[in-house]
Every structure is written in C-alpha cells, then in structure tokens.
Design a protein around this ligand. Structure first.
Ligand SMILES: Nc1nc2c(ncn2[C@@H]2O[C@H](COP(=O)(O)OP(=O)(O)OP(=O)(O)O)[C@@H](O)[C@H]2O)c(=O)[nH]1
Ligand SMILES: [Mg+2]
Length: 326
C-alpha cells in the first residue's frame, strides 16, 4: 500500500516523467544493423593471400629465388631461419641429399595428326601437353628435352595438329594445338576440340595430361571448361605453371595458392602444381625427374638407397681384405 502511494507521489512530482526521458534516447537510436562488408575484388583477394613458408622454400629450391629481406617479409625470413637451422642439424648428421641432373635422350618428331585416323599405333607410354594458345607448351617440350626440334612462336595458334615426339626410346611427348584460340573459326575450333577429346579419351598409352598455364594469367574460363571435360572423362591431369620468370616471387607464390584452391574439388587433378620457366630452366630438372618416374624410368628412392648400401658393403669388404693382405 505504502509502495503504491510512493508511485503516485513520484508521478505527481514528475520523476516518472524524467524516467521516460531517460529511456527516450535509446528508443530513438537507429536499429542495430549488421555491418555490410564491401565485396572484395579478385585483385584484392589475390593480394590478401599469404602463401605458406613451405611454398617459398620449394620455389627457392627450384631456382625462382628468395624473398627480399624487407620489413614486409620479416616474419617469413624468421620462420625460414629457424627451419634452416633445423635442417643444418639434420644434414650434419646424415649428409646433404644428392640432386643429380636428369637428362632426356634425343628428341625426334615421328608423327603428326589432324584426324584421329592418323594417330600412330600405341607403343610407348605418352605424356601430353595441352593448354590455351601461346601459353608455352611447345617451348616447354624443347626445354625439357634441351632441344629446338619443336617449333615455337610469339604468335598464338602455331601448333595446328597433334604432334608426336620420341624421347629416345623411353616414352613419347605429345604437343597439342592450343584451345580457346580466338582467331580460328568456330567450325575449325570444334574440329580441334573433337580431335583432342578423341586422343585424350581413347589413348591407352596416355599416362598423364599436363595442362599448361601461363603464370601471369592463371586459370581462365577456357581452362575451367577443359578441366571439366577432363574430369568428366576421368582423365588424370596435372597443372604446369610456366613463364614463371615473368612474375615476382610473392605473386608467383600467390598464383600457385589460387590454382591449388581451384583444383581442390576436381577429383582427377593431381594436387601438386608443377612450376617451371622454359626461359630460365628453373624447375625443369625437377619436372624431368617426375616425368621419368611417371613413365617408369626412375625407381623410388629406396631402390637407389639399396644399391648404394650394397656398394658400400662391397667396398667395406674389399678394404678389409686389403688390410688383411698387408
Ligand atoms: N619469358 C618466357 N617466355 C616463354 C616461356 N615459355 C614460352 N615463352 C614464349 O611464349 C611464346 C609462345 O610459346 P609457344 O611455346 O610457341 O606456345 P604454345 O603454347 O606452343 O602456343 P600454340 O602452339 O600457339 O598453342 C613464345 O614467344 C615463347 O618464347 C617462358 O617460360 N618464359
Ligand atoms: Mg605450340
């Protein structure tokens, strides 16, 4: 009862009114809206990528150089120094890993096909190079084989048939016409597409399709369509990023990260991207090694380790015999 009269008293003297005044400013505040972030452009998204230290190490090993020691990359350098220290301790214990130069035997042209009936009979294992016009497919084959047998040009659309090359008697490298070439008419483009599809789907000896991309441009619409086709035909393919000499190292690392992201949903894509430059030869030796392994001309590391161990044992026995004779 006392409480009720207190309220009426307060109403009378106007304190309740002042309470309403206090609550009013909140009522007039604009409603809380979720802050809408502006959509980032592709370039901004690209710039925000921060490639892992492991990728920089890989690129350094392949011959694409090291990051500049600027403030911007100080974190990467610190991480790197730590890992170098760990590696040094490891190599002190087991010795440095040997990295020989891999070389291909003589490259020679043996067949060209504009229609499927001209495909040569299947014999040795084959690896094929596809990609948009002018990305550097033919130059890459020359670089791998240290030859100038394959014709190259700075004008797109030079290779207009499927060209078959012998790599000695080891395997075949196949140079394909470029897809997405704008300067040929629709009918001709369709004929090339059918020819390539026919080769890719029917060829029993085809071990791998290398889709070559220009590092400056990355994945374009025509590439995405080609990936989709390869994926639907269940053809195993791998990306080769070339012309990497034309990018600065951080841009190159970011490009690789975006391509790896692109490949994630594609079941038949090899997740590891091959990184090369046909101009400086960076990454070429490593690519040769992988190709020799793929075509069965290089055994796993354990095989060579076992040979080495057997040789060491033989040598040790011989040394022991010599010391007895003395
Ligand atoms: N800087 C640089 N230039 C390259 C590299 N690879 C190729 N090129 C140049 O790129 C141009 C096209 O090279 P090609 O090998 O003819 O390209 P392609 O993919 O076979 O072209 P098409 O046969 O038309 O489909 C040439 O001028 C090459 O010198 C590279 O790694 N670095
Ligand atoms: Mg070519």
């Amino acid at each position: 009862m006392q409480h009720k009269s207190a309220i009426t008293f307060l109403q009378r003297i106007g304190t309740i009114e002042s309470k309403r005044i206090i609550s009013r400013p909140f009522a007039t505040l604009p409603k809380k809206t979720t802050a809408e972030k502006p959509e980032l452009s592709n370039r901004q998204k690209f710039n925000q990528i921060s490639p892992p230290i492991k990728l920089y190490e890989k690129l350094d090993k392949l011959g694409f150089g090291t990051l500049l020691k600027t403030k911007k990359f100080i974190g990467v350098h610190k991480q790197r120094a730590k890992r170098d220290q760990q590696r040094l301790q490891h190599t002190e214990r087991v010795g440095p890993p040997p990295e020989p130069k891999y070389a291909f035997p003589l490259l020679s042209f043996f067949a060209g096909a504009k229609v499927p009936t001209s495909f040569p009979p299947e014999s040795l294992d084959e690896v094929a190079f596809v990609g948009r016009s002018n990305v550097g497919k033919s130059s890459l084959i020359n670089s791998l084989a240290e030859s100038s047998v394959v014709r190259t040009s700075d004008k797109p659309g030079l290779t207009q048939q499927i060209n078959f090359f012998n790599v000695g008697k080891l395997f075949h490298m196949i140079d394909m016409p470029g897809y997405g070439f704008a300067f040929v008419d629709e009918a001709e483009r369709e004929t090339w597409r059918e020819l390539m599809e026919e080769y890719i789907t029917r060829r029993e000896t085809l071990k791998r399709v290398y889709v070559v991309l220009d590092a400056r441009h990355g994945v374009k619409v025509a590439d995405t369509e080609f990936f989709r086709m390869l994926n639907s035909k269940k053809t195993k393919f791998q990306i080769v990023l070339t012309k990497c000499d034309l990018l600065k190292l951080p841009e190159l690392a970011k490009r690789i990260v975006t391509i790896e992201d692109h490949l994630k949903p594609l079941r038949n894509a090899v997740k590891d991207v091959v990184v090369v430059s046909s101009k400086t030869d960076a990454g070429i030796n490593q690519f040769r090694k992988e190709m020799l392994f793929l075509t069965g001309h290089l055994k796993p590391k354990e095989f060579y380790d076992a040979i080495q161990a057997a040789q060491d044992e033989k040598e040790a026995k011989r040394n022991k015999a010599i010391s007895y004779q003395r």
